[in-house]
Each structure stands twice: as C-alpha cells, then as structure tokens.
Design a protein around this ligand. Structure first.
Ligand code: BDR
Ligand code: CA
Length: 310
C-alpha cells in the first residue's frame, strides 16, 4: 500500500502516523501538512519530531497555512500550545527540514506518478485536498482510496458549533469541495469515534510499553488523558485519527458501514459545518461516502500495540 497522510499534528495525528509507519506492507510516500489543531508552523516540526522518534525520513510538505475562509480555529486546549501535548520531555527539534515543494503540488505530482495506486488518509481540515481538486479536477480520480476523519452522522459534534466536528469546522468550504470532488470516500465520524474508545486498562498497557515509541505515545498523551480521565461518562481514550488510520491500513477492522450521499452545510447559525447525510436517498444524488459505523476495537488495539513495539 502506498500512503499519503494529510495532517494537522496534533497528538492523535502523531499517533496515527506512528501506526502507519509500523504497519507491514505500507510505504508512506509523503506527509502533507495543514493548519488545524495548531498553526502550520507548529504542525511541520511536530511531524518531523514524530518521524525522528520513529527513525523515518519520509518527505514532509508544507501545505495551506489558512483555511479557504480564515477562521482562526485551533484546538490548543486539547492538543497543548505546541500541538503535541506540551510534554516537558519533548524531544529536541528535528534537524530535518520540510521539502520545498508545496503540499498541494506534491499531491498532484505523486498521484500522476502513481495513478490509481495511492491511498490518502486525511486527518485534518481538508484545505489541501480541496485546493488540489480545484487545481486539477482529475486529481481525485487518480486516487485509489480516500479515507478521512471528520464530520458527524447524527449531529453530535465536538466543536463550537454543536453539530460540527472539528476538522470540518476548520474548513467547511474545503470539506464541501472535497466531498463533491471525490467519487467515493470513507468517513470516520465523531460519533463512531465516541462509540469506540480505548478503555483505560488498554491505555495503561500501551503507556507502559518500555520502548522509545511507547514513551513518546505516553508523553504526548499525558495532557489529554489527565483532562478526560476524570470526566464522568468517559469510558476511555478517544483516538479519532489513529482509528481512521487503522481502517485505512486494515479494512477488515470495519465491521459495519453504510454508503450514503454526504455533503456539508455551509450556512446556518448553529449548523454551519455539519455534515449532512442523506439517509433516505431524497436528494437523488449518487452516494459518495462509506460511513463507518462499527469497528473492531480489539483489532485496533493490537495494531497500536504492534506500532509501539509491545
Ligand atoms: C479531529 O480534530 C482534531 O482535533 C483531531 O486531531 C482529529 O483529527 C477530531 O475531531
Ligand atoms: Ca487531526
């Protein structure tokens, strides 16, 4: 499998990248970056640090520094000011630099180089994907598979707008364009993430793995874990981006999915950025998204353990 990861790393993005790098038979061809959880200027060094920890030298490309319509949205209260959990023992900055080529140019070039071969996993606002689709409308047709973490399927969001998920609210126009442009996408929604937490016993087992990868996983998770562990009703650690990545790496982890037409609401005082699912096939549009609704959490845990060398 040839993979491109589009990311706003981000603690859970970092964990997703770790999963991909340790998965047998996967070549990560590129990591493209975008503003989201934190600004692009923090995302790029974060990705380079993850690659250093993993001993990988995958090319990293700078992408969009702003969404199509600037909104200043970040998630530093979750991911920390640095985007990697403000871990006091964070490794020293990487000596590596990102590539000179823009992420969007890299997406276009790589899909021309490997037509029909690349899987793109998007873990962030979809700005880079939308720009690529607008620059070259054939771009989505050259992609083998497109999987994204984002959106809601029943209006239960995690962002300032009650029905919106963070990655879609980060760039609603880009999400709209991307979903209209790709013939078929696989979607891991916020609700499906909520329904598949990693229980605390399993988190503790992963955090105790005495490898550099295990220590890094635990270090960057510390802030979020202490934030949510005390919350009532939180049955475990939510890992949206790693879960989306796992589904891309091993489709057998998808236990249930539904093919529906999905688009993005662009206006609405309370509903801007909500993903709108046509459950009753009323819009007469062709279904464009495989909505994942049930996942093999045990298999997901095994992938995580393997990635951390446990
Ligand atoms: C998504 O938003 C970001 O904060 C996470 O990295 C993930 O991609 C979850 O809604
Ligand atoms: Ca992310």
């Amino acid at each position: 499998m040839r993979l491109i990861i589009d990311t706003d790393a981000g603690v859970d993005d970092a964990q997703a990248i770790m999963l991909a790098l340790r998965h047998p038979g996967v070549t990560v061809e590129a990591i493209t970056t975008v503003t989201g959880n934190v600004h692009l200027d923090k995302v790029v060094p974060n990705v380079l640090t993850v690659l250093d920890v993993m001993g990988a030298t995958i090319p990293v490309y700078r992408g969009a520094a702003q969404p199509l319509m600037p909104n200043g949205l970040h998630a530093e209260e979750v991911h920390g000011g640095d985007g990697l959990g403000d871990w006091p023992d964070r490794p020293a900055p990487s000596a590596r630099q990102p590539e000179r080529e823009h992420a969007v140019d890299a997406l276009l070039r790589l899909t021309r180089q490997y037509p029909g071969e690349l899987t793109i996993v998007a873990l962030a606002p979809l700005t880079n994907l939308a720009l690529a689709a607008r620059l070259d409308p054939h771009f989505p047709l050259r992609v083998k598979e497109f999987i994204f973490m984002g959106g809601t399927i029943a209006g239960q969001g995690n962002a300032t707008n009650p029905t919106a998920e963070f990655n879609i609210l980060g760039d609603p126009e880009a999400a709209y364009i991307t979903l209209e442009s790709f013939p078929l996408a696989t979607m891991l929604s916020w609700e499906t993430t909520l329904h598949h937490p990693l229980n605390w016993e399993r988190y503790d087992a992963l955090a105790a793995i005495p490898t550099p990868e295990g220590r890094f996983f635990k270090g960057i998770s510390g802030r979020i874990v202490s934030l949510i562990r005390g919350m009532s009703g939180r049955l475990g650690y939510l890992l949206p981006d790693p879960l989306a990545m796992a589904l891309a790496l091993d489709r057998l982890l998808i236990l249930e999915e539904e093919r529906r037409h999905v688009t993005v609401a662009l206006v609405g005082e309370h509903t801007r950025a909500q993903t709108v699912v046509d459950y009753r096939f009323r819009a007469q549009s062709t279904p464009n998204v495989d909505i994942v609704t049930r996942v093999d959490v045990n298999g997901f845990y095994q992938l995580l353990r393997h990635a951390l060398g446990g």
